[in-house]
Design a protein around this ligand. Structure first.
Ligand code: NDP
Length: 318
């Protein structure tokens, strides 16, 4: 039985990845900064809370990382932990940089130091590309980060690439475009739209405030993206991959789709609030997942309208 360590198991991807690895027969250990305080509600929501072992680990604390990896001796490590909100990163730039860049470096150093054949998946982000000006980004596209979050993710990406090259570590970065699910907290705009649209439909509230509706993103379905993470660690050679649907839609289109699936007129309820605009915004994001299909045999099955349908299905049951 293979053992996997998931750093940041309490988050959206941590929960779906745990479920996937359990299905594949893995023993799963997950970390949280304070495992005794966390309720692991996402694991509970998927009904797997009692099938994974959890422990406390702080990525920015080298000793904590060393102790955890030595004690659990996993074959695969998935680094999903760190401050993950672009918006929040403008307010907490140091926390964002440290948790992502220093955290990833600690993992790499511990793997190098212990000299065990551990395979590392690092959660990279399409935010590193910045605005791709209408083109779909692939693994060769240069990085032009436009937020503290993206800057930190770019640093972590190069750390992984450098340790792979310099020390021969099996370490990969998945450059994932946005992937959504009902496990997203409401501070993420897709979940905010779905939850508020359903509240409006039930008469619990009347309007939805959003920032820039013109931004375009490549939105996929989170459980499919965790499958890509696992596939990256099953290859003969470690490498980096763009994971995306290849389709881009505006936030307005996402919102219109949600309201229309509930039989509502979006224009009667949605207001734009300039206070929600970011200091610097990416207007266009789209990924080219050709390499992932060619090498990993991975392809997104759910695009934007399907993501809306699936998120609404679960929202209605809450
Ligand atoms: P979540 O925010 O849901 O989960 C991340 C986990 O990291 C949290 O559950 C939390 O665990 C831990 N964490 C939060 N803040 C910090 C911090 N300051 N320092 C250390 N740990 C922290 O993220 P997702 O599951 O959505 O994403 C997983 C990874 O993939 C993240 O690194 C994210 O940046 C990246 N990513 C996500 C995308 C998406 O669309 N979802 C797109 C591209 C990349 P705890 O509180 O238990 O310690």
């Amino acid at each position: 039985m293979k053992k996997a360590l998931i750093c940041g198991i309490s988050g959206q991807d941590g929960a779906y990845l745990s479920r996937l690895l359990l299905e594949k027969g893995y023993e799963v250990v997950g970390t949280s900064r304070d495992a005794q305080m966390s309720e692991f509600s996402n694991l509970q929501a998927l009904g797997i809370g009692d099938r994974v072992e959890v422990c406390s680990m702080v990525l920015t604390d080298f000793r904590s990382v060393l102790q955890t990896l030595t004690h659990h001796a996993p074959e695969e490590v998935y680094n999903l932990a760190g401050q993950s909100s672009v918006g929040l990163s403008f307010l907490q730039p140091v926390e964002t940089l440290e948790s992502i860049a220093q955290g990833t470096l600690n993992l790499l150093e511990v793997i190098r130091f212990t000299d065990k054949p551990i395979r590392l998946y690092n959660a990279g982000s399409s935010e590193c590309f910045g605005d791709t000006n209408g083109a779909a980004a692939n693994e060769e596209t240069s990085f032009r980060p436009r937020s503290p979050y993206a800057t930190a993710k770019a640093a972590a990406y190069w750390e992984v690439a450098n340790y792979r090259e310099a020390y021969g570590l099996y370490a990969c970065t998945g450059i994932l475009f946005n992937h959504e699910s009902p496990l997203r907290p409401r501070r993420f705009v897709t979940r905010k739209i779905i939850a508020t649209a359903w509240e409006i439909r039930r008469g619990c509230c009347d309007n939805l405030k959003l920032g820039n509706m013109k931004i375009q993103r490549d939105w996929g379905w989170a459980p499919e993206y965790t499958e890509a993470m696992w596939r990256m660690l099953q290859q003969e050679r470690a490498d980096d991959y763009v994971i995306a649907t290849g389709e881009s839609n505006s936030l307005e289109a996402f919102c219109r789709e949600a309201f229309s699936q509930l039989g509502l007129d979006m224009d009667a309820h949605v207001v734009t609030d300039p206070a929600l605009y970011r200091p610097s915004e990416i207007m266009f994001g789209q990924g080219n997942p050709t390499k992932a299909f060619r090498v990993l045999g991975w392809q997104a099955r759910t695009t934007m309208a399907g993501v809306v349908t699936k998120m609404l299905e679960v929202e209605k049951e809450k």
